[in-house]
Design a protein around this ligand. Structure first.
Ligand SMILES: Nc1ncnc2c1ncn2[C@@H]1O[C@H](COP(=O)(O)OP(=O)(O)OP(=O)(O)O)[C@@H](O)[C@H]1O
Length: 252
């Protein structure tokens, strides 16, 4: 699959703090890249760099299309102010504003697109509810509907499953599956070694000043996770003996 984005010899950090050096990777169409690392390893910084909010210390991002692509972005739920007084359908419609313009009306086809996105996210019946009345899982579904409407070739999800139950997670994974089948590239920041990784093709592990990238099964090894400070030796021994093992991605 052709890349939508190429990172070349990238170093990332702040004055006096280098988080990692010399990262080169391609984000391919149809790939699902999980970004993991201990607290403070640089996941949020990596997200900011992808969004163009900060420059790498050195190296570069290449956009094979010749210009930066639109990124469908889902921020961490904790960063979202749900007291903002709008309805679910208005929040979702914000994802489509490029298509219809900020100050013009949605029109029938726009309204149909919003309804279809809310339906796919499983919250059509909540369309007229105010955001502050939603549960965490319902709000996450509304934010997914907004990303659906962005219709972007590259999708960046920052901890999309942090506050959702198993059935919501499975539902949101089915949306990610569709995106992947359509050839979109999906980058997800995930916090734990959960079953989500079964649905990812590649992993980027940050920590202890390094960034390791490759197939999930090659990167998330016991030795690597300990070396990069993600797990202690005893946690790793417990985990690799028990619930977590290396499976090939099942690609929901
Ligand atoms: N604007 C900044 N200026 C200087 N240092 C920063 C800045 N933002 C973050 N850092 C530092 O960079 C490091 C990486 O932070 P970052 O937020 O990217 O980590 P993270 O992996 O997302 O952490 P967490 O899992 O705790 O959210 C931390 O040591 C943090 O203190």
């Amino acid at each position: 699959m052709a890349p939508v984005l190429e990172l070349r010899n990238l170093s990332l950090g702040y004055p006096g703090l280098t988080l990692f050096k010399h990262l080169s990777l391609d984000v391919d169409r149809g790939a699902t890249l999980a970004v993991l690392g201990a607290n403070g390893s640089g996941k949020s910084t990596f997200v900011k760099m992808l969004l163009g909010l900060m420059e790498p210390l050195c190296g570069r991002l290449n956009w094979p299309s010749g210009r930066p692509l639109e990124i469908g972005y889902l921020a961490q739920l904790t960063e979202f102010d749900r007291r903002f007084p709008i309805r679910v359908r208005d929040l979702a419609a914000m994802g489509a504003w490029r298509g219809f313009g900020l100050w013009s009306g949605l029109g029938r086809s726009g309204r149909n697109r919003v309804a279809a996105a809310l339906d796919e996210a499983g919250i059509l019946e909540l369309a007229d509810r105010s955001l502050h009345t939603l549960s965490g899982g319902q709000l996450q579904r509304a934010l997914f509907a907004r990303v659906i409407l962005q219709d972007a070739p590259l999708i960046l999800l920052d901890e999309p499953f942090a506050a959702v139950d198993q059935s919501t997670e499975a539902h949101l994974l089915s949306i990610i599956k569709r995106w992947r089948q359509e050839g979109r590239a999906v980058v997800l920041v995930v916090h734990d070694l959960s079953s989500v990784l079964d649905h990812c093709s590649h992993a980027l592990l940050l920590g202890n000043g390094t960034a390791t990238h490759g197939l999930v099964k090659d990167v998330l090894t016991q030795d690597q996770l300990v070396a990069q400070g993600y797990l202690s030796q005893s946690q790793a021994s417990w985990m690799f003996k028990g619930s977590y093992d290396h499976r090939e991605p099942t690609h929901v």
